[in-house]
Design a protein around this ligand. Sequence first.
Ligand SMILES: *Cc1c(COP(=O)(O)O)cnc(C)c1O
Length: 394
Amino acid sequence: MSLSREHAADLSPETVVVAAGRPERGHDQPVNPPIVLSSTYFGTGALSDADRGYGRYANPTWDPFEEALAQLEGAELPGLLYASGLAAVSSALSLLPAGGVLVMPSHSYAGSLVMASELAAKGVLELRTVDIADTEAVKAQLAPADGKPANMLWIESPTNPMLGIADVRALTAAAHDAGAIVVTDNTFSTPLVQQPLELGSDVVLHSVTKYLAGHSDVVLGALVTSNPELRSELLHHRIIHGAIAGPFEAWLALRGLRTLALRIERSQASAMTLAERLRAHPRVESIRFPGLPDDPGHERAKSQMKGFGSILCIQVAGDGNRSGAEAADEVVRALQLWIPATSLGGVESLIERRRRHTAEPLSVPDNLVRMSIGIENVEDLWSDLEQALKALDS
Ligand SMILES: *Cc1c(COP(=O)(O)O)cnc(C)c1O
């Protein structure tokens, strides 16, 4: 590929998203990688590990994205693409030994929690859930005085949807002391906002579906690590379990990645503006956004993130006529520009009341609405929100 890892390390991430993963320079060569649609590769001699061999083992269309992601996360090895974020979660959890102990945030992404709980119910692993923002509580679960030490710490920061902020440096150090490896789900932040490897994590996970691809038109996942043993275990899992990325999706993800820096810059700025206005609105009972100076995660977020992301959550106040959850549903239905839909990280602003999902933990308030800020004009987004909140008065 034309941009080496060494060169990328000297460039700013805004440049790397544009320059990484392009084919070698050469007169009349394409500037974008091709999509390779082939389930097998020519071969006559003995197969080596470096050979592609078969379409489930490797596809050249994955390589540019995997290299670009490694360069952005500051990894020493290419990333690994998967068919979805949850396929990447499954592969990461396979690093646990049989019956191993997993410490996971009680407000992890719901799918990750469901997977871990189901594996725990079958005795495949032991699950300990904890408030990841409470460093002492996490430490107690990692190395309990009277119990088994943990094998893996799962970090999500900010958490979904409560936007709790973990002290990633302190937690990775404590996990390593306990002999556990650390997997950080960096979906909410992207490598442009937070770099978990730099903060001590062993493996970084992405739902590429969200910000990295960025247009709500692909489902993909990825893992990144600088540890060769972990990477080869993960690669083996991907080959044998088969949750591989389609070439077209991989190509679209790289195309989406090109504009990541611009999208993040716009959506983070808009999230800040909307958070300040929403907190002052009488229909907003409470707001969580780490960018607000009085948010409980603000100082920590500042110490480990470049910006505060572009997800914010509000609780909509009920009144004499309706409960908070009913008011939240009414607001979502009254919006004309915001799209009522699950997911996040796309160019379009999405909004949903999280408890409409039956799998959402009951500790998430039933009037909590999660907002993923897109790249539309912020005044248009605000006008739409304002009219939808005002409609509660009529
Ligand atoms: C969406 C999401 C996932 C799961 O990814 P899919 O691509 O939907 O399988 C995992 N973690 C977080 C934080 C997510 O937002």
